[in-house]
Design a protein around this ligand. Structure first.
Ligand SMILES: Cc1cc2nc3c(=O)[nH]c(=O)nc-3n(C[C@H](O)[C@H](O)[C@H](O)COP(=O)(O)OP(=O)(O)OC[C@H]3O[C@@H](n4cnc5c(N)ncnc54)[C@H](O)[C@@H]3O)c2cc1C
Length: 465
């Protein structure tokens, strides 16, 4: 690899950040503070033309490329050692067309940006459940969130993407334009180019929704999960729920004597009228003896950022992800046995309820392959900077042991929950055979030299053209 002789990128109008620049350390830091990589330069793009210029510059010099959307992937693929980061963090504009019911979103936007602008029109699309997560990575991997059972995955709501290809060309992908690329972008991750903007379909949501978590003591986990299994079997599409197993976060709305107490929570959001939501959640809230019940009418935009502070930038994270076909008694037993074995009070596991519109979408219509499972799960080890020598080892061991115990019950994985030590066999696990074959074909057509490989990589296969 030849080194760039200049930091001047021809045709580039954004900011170029190199080692020694006052912003270099901030610019190379990502959400997962455990990732510490030193790129040769960071090309902070101001628009699509900059992205194209940066790709061509990197190709001409054979530079390793990483693409940074929101910088929120646990595996840290947004930043590389020694190469160039194509940094979209200054490209966060969101423009809503309320007549057409769509939003045009730049490739570096965060979900908080999208929610704020779309909720100004009482509209929303399915997005991640933490507002500082990036639109880019979430959408390209699939995109799960509170609204998915009613309105589909984020990727199901994508109507057009503007993509800078490995050649530095700018193409539009939609159902009618580059349909093969459009198919692959909806679940295949960042393998096919840099998406400089997304256009999403929007739906009426809120502004007030019935939402919030209910917490029960950890000892009640088996009973709560068995009840929850029955509860969600009748849940309307409007109701999105996520189980959280760990401790009660030290939120200002929670009594201090409950902070960090081991607990199971069912967090919820009802994407429909507030009264209907209260009715839909009544039996859940009445079950057993909750320690805390925070369900109530809340602004959707506030609910979307409600847990932001429980997973801040800079802490150290390690994840193991898996899909689960059903919450069988055997799965519940494993969960109850392992969920509270972490050393750090900040570690947790989250289990998302899928189904609804996600499961009804035609198989093969997009590259997202996990439509037949009831749940996707992430086991999240969390420790503080400075605890690498003490807490890191037991936390990662806890996550791996929990994951290993689920082995007989696992059914694929959500590609966006894979961590750095999940190798290509686990990427393969995210897709069925036919989906992976098609992805490899599209990869061969758009990126035959695998220029975009700092991601959950699809190996180029046999080109179709
Ligand atoms: C705290 C937390 C909460 C989460 N919650 C959810 C959730 O509710 N739902 C959900 O679906 N996922 C969730 N995730 C997982 C999330 O989908 C991934 O972490 C995702 O990769 C984040 O996208 P990003 O753009 O912020 O990340 P980045 O690290 O910037 O990007 C990850 C990879 O995606 C690709 N990429 C990103 N943007 C672009 C682009 N514009 N063009 C081309 N390639 C791009 C690149 O290959 C990059 O390496 C969560 C993650 C975290 C850490």
């Amino acid at each position: 690899m030849s080194a760039p002789t200049t930091t001047q990128i021809p045709g580039f109008r954004g900011e170029v950040i190199v080692p020694g620049h006052h912003d270099y350390d901030d610019a190379r830091a990502i959400w997962n503070g455990a990732v510490d990589r030193r790129p040769r330069l960071i090309a902070r793009c101001s628009g699509t033309a900059d992205v194209a210029a940066a790709v061509r510059f990197a190709r001409d010099r054979d530079l390793e490329i990483a693409v940074r959307g929101g910088g929120h992937n646990v595996a840290g693929t947004a930043v590389c050692d020694g190469g160039i980061v194509i940094d979209l963090s200054a490209m966060r504009a969101v423009s809503v067309d309320p007549v057409e019911g769509t939003a045009l979103v730049q490739g570096g936007a965060l979900w908080g940006d999208v929610d704020r602008e779309t909720q100004a029109y009482r509209l929303a699309t399915t997005g991640g459940i933490v507002s500082h997560t990036g639109v880019g990575g979430v959408s390209l991997g699939g995109g799960i969130g509170w609204l998915m059972r009613k309105h589909g995955l984020t990727a199901d709501n994508l109507v057009q993407a503007e993509v800078v290809t490995a050649e530095g060309d700018i193409v539009r992908a939609s159902a009618s334009d580059h349909p093969d690329l459009f198919w692959a972008l909806r679940g295949g991750g960042g393998n096919f180019g840099v998406v400089s903007s997304f256009r999403f379909a929007l739906h009426p949501v809120g502004p007030t929704v019935t939402a919030g978590p209910v917490f029960w003591a950890a000892e009640d986990t088996t009973d709560v999960l068995r009840f929850y299994r029955e509860f969600i079997s009748e849940a309307p599409d409007e109701l999105g729920t996520v189980i959280r197993l760990g401790t009660i976060p030290p939120l200002p709305v929670v009594d201090e004597d409950l902070h960090f107490r081991p607990a199971i929570a069912v967090a919820s959001c009802y994407a429909g009228p507030v009264d209907d939501g209260e009715r839909a959640l009544r039996t859940l809230r009445q079950f057993g003896a909750p320690l805390v019940d925070l369900v109530g009418p809340t602004l959707y935009v506030d609910h979307q950022r409600g847990i932001d502070d429980t997973v801040p930038h800079g802490w150290h994270y390690y994840w193991k992800g898996t899909n689960l076909t059903v919450l069988s008694d055997a799965v519940i037993d494993v969960v109850a046995e392992h969920a509270y074995g972490a050393t750090s009070p900040r570690s947790y596991a989250a289990i998302f309820h899928m189904g609804g519109a996600v499961a009804r979408a035609p198989r093969g219509a997009t590259a997202y392959a996990g439509r037949d499972v009831d749940h996707t799960m992430s086991i999240d080890a969390v420790w503080l900077p400075g605890q690498d020598d003490t807490v890191r080892a037991p936390e990662t061991a806890w996550a791996r042991a929990f994951f290993d115990a689920l082995q007989p019950h696992r059914a694929g994985v959500y590609v966006n929950f894979l961590d750095a030590d999940d190798d290509t066999s686990r990427v393969r696990e995210a897709y069925d055979d036919e989906t992976y074959r098609r992805l490899a074909e599209v990869k061969a057509n758009y990126d035959p030299e695998n220029v975009f490989h700092n991601n959950k990589n699809i190996q180029p296969g046999t080109p179709a053209r």
